[in-house]
Design a protein around this ligand. Sequence first.
Ligand code: HEM
Length: 121
Amino acid sequence: MSTLFEQLGGAAAVEAAVDSFYRKVLVDDRVSHFFDGVDMDRQRDKQKAFLTMAFGGPHNYTGKDMRVGHAHLVARGLNDSHVDAIIELLGATLRELGVSEDLIGQVAAIAESTRNDVLGR
Ligand code: HEM
């Protein structure tokens, strides 16, 4: 049984998706302000490693866990509406890349499973 990572198209697909995803995030007024001052090259690399691991691909993620990585953003008001926006933008990105609705649903479920950690609850 191939992993979600393989079904999505492996490293090249995750690379393209994360690059396109953050282009959307940085122009979306609902969430862009949380990325002020963030080194986006580092952020893209961390997100590629995190999603690769989460999709069942190679585990090379060395970043913070979701609770620790977002605690300072929760202190700045990060809430459910922002997680909703991020999951929506991830779905829109994959749809543009021609990914099937079934796989998009699986990706959204994985992002959704991190909601409480991201929001520190
Ligand atoms: C929905 C699930 C989410 C996942 C899977 C996710 C994943 C990640 C990962 C892997 C990192 C790197 C952690 C590290 O620094 O080592 C990170 C950092 C970050 N995330 Fe998220 N995130 C999510 C939701 C959000 C939301 C909703 C926002 C804001 C709208 C957000 C904004 C950020 C920012 C700004 C950083 C960089 C923090 C910094 O370096 O100061 N994330 N996220």
